[in-house]
Design a protein around this ligand. Sequence first.
Ligand SMILES: *[C@@H]1O[C@H](CO)[C@@H](O)[C@H](O)[C@H]1NC(C)=O
Ligand SMILES: *[C@@H]1O[C@H](CO)[C@@H](O)[C@H](O)[C@H]1NC(C)=O
Ligand SMILES: *[C@@H]1O[C@H](CO)[C@@H](O)[C@H](O)[C@H]1NC(C)=O
Ligand SMILES: *[C@@H]1O[C@H](CO)[C@@H](O)[C@H](O)[C@H]1NC(C)=O
Ligand SMILES: *[C@@H]1O[C@H](CO)[C@@H](O)[C@H](O)[C@H]1NC(C)=O
Ligand SMILES: *[C@@H]1O[C@H](CO)[C@@H](O)[C@H](O)[C@H]1NC(C)=O
Length: 416
Amino acid sequence: MQLPVVACSSVFLLLLLLLLAAPSHAHNITSILAGEPAFSTFNHYLSVTHLADEINSRTTITVCAVDNDEMSKFLAGSPSISTVKNVLALHVLLDYFGEKKLHQITNGTALAATLFQATGAAPGSSGFVNITDLKGGKVGLGPENNDGTLGTYFIKSVEEVPYNISVIQISGILPSDVAAAPTPSPSEVNFTSLMSAHGCKVFADTLLGNPDAMKTYQDNTEGGLTVFCPLDDPFKAFLPKYKNLTAAGKTSFLEFLAVPMYLSMSMLKSNNGPMNTLATDGASKFDFTVQNDGDQVTLKTRLGTVRITGTLLDQQPLAVFSTDKVLLPKELFKAEAAAPAPAPASEVAADSPKPSSSSKKKKAPADAVADSPADSPDGNPADETADGSSSSTKLGGGRVLGLLGVLALWVGPFLV
Ligand SMILES: *[C@@H]1O[C@H](CO)[C@@H](O)[C@H](O)[C@H]1NC(C)=O
Ligand SMILES: *[C@@H]1O[C@H](CO)[C@@H](O)[C@H](O)[C@H]1NC(C)=O
Ligand SMILES: *[C@@H]1O[C@H](CO)[C@@H](O)[C@H](O)[C@H]1NC(C)=O
Ligand SMILES: *[C@@H]1O[C@H](CO)[C@@H](O)[C@H](O)[C@H]1NC(C)=O
Ligand SMILES: *[C@@H]1O[C@H](CO)[C@@H](O)[C@H](O)[C@H]1NC(C)=O
Ligand SMILES: *[C@@H]1O[C@H](CO)[C@@H](O)[C@H](O)[C@H]1NC(C)=O
């Protein structure tokens, strides 16, 4: 009686270990710092500015965190979010500095490029941090263009995952006039007039005509926003379908065409995979997949694939790209096509003694469903196949887990 219980619990443990081990390949700065209440403000602003996403997508980096007191001093000046973003970006070094390496810097001094430099927002050498081994084992840090003053010190190591990410505590915010300079507020970039002037006027006008979606866009411009606007001709052809959506559907559709973070073309090229949008909210996924097609970046859903045809704006924290077709969210258009189906179905059942009227009514929903892909700006049957394979990738993941489970069941008893 004992043995099966032990075997079972060891299987459970093994499964638990497998599950816990699975996501460890990528680091998550938010959850690393979540265990450190002293850095909660710093952590909060990494998320608000979307720098956390940027940090999670990179390896061989060092995050220089400051505690809540130092963050309070910095925030006391009421900096704009884009200023906070620039300053905190200067605290992400694009090289791995664990405690050991900090104390063993070749020739005692090094320059590290930062995320501030990498975003292209930093002029000249203002995006570099000078790290120098000082007397008495102290390590000083300062922006390179700080007149040689290194007024900030290494305090302790918070987390080290060699050589992916090192999180260290430093004594205060790295002083940088350049990073802290009030950058032209992104809200001053009128992206609707920018789109209007560059081939996406119909989309821009539609967005301006929807205050809810417009507000969502505006609320996200400071923290980072990437818009994929369809060119005028395809969007004009799509307008009747748009007008057919419910009010909520219209808003979701417009929000679906933007991502709540800044993505340059090179980031899109290297960040293939599913992408959440402004419309993503819990169960309503409203996501699409970014995929390279040779030199081109494409976006796809089950209903079609669009290509990025131009860059209208690529200036942190805003990017606007034009697309050759209208990307359709599977949630909205699947739901639209499926919604009328149940009612006529029951009608058909009720009408069945009168075949003439039922055949008439049956036709409508059948047409609606068939029309949907054919009418869609991209009714490419190849996309269906491509998407079929992507859904089987998901299935594949499940299969791998299932296999591991079977393996655990098989191995479990031997471990007892
Ligand atoms: C470091 O990152 C790589 C790439 O994401 C991953 O494969 C590896 O498992 C990570 N190493 C650790 C120790 O987390
Ligand atoms: C990182 O961790 C936070 C908190 O633990 C979680 O909310 C967030 O979804 C995680 N991000 C990723 C990309 O897994
Ligand atoms: C270290 O200093 C020596 C002599 O000053 C110099 O030759 C060498 O290039 C330096 N190494 C680095 C990595 O800067
Ligand atoms: C860093 O700053 C120190 C102090 O001003 C200076 O002596 C050193 O040369 C700098 N290091 C680099 C790599 O520029
Ligand atoms: C942007 O320009 C449009 C005209 O294209 C105008 O209607 C709108 O009010 C402007 N938005 C801002 C925030 O200035
Ligand atoms: C709009 O909805 C109506 C009624 O459901 C339908 O007859 C029409 O075909 C739809 N138009 C488009 C463009 O989807």
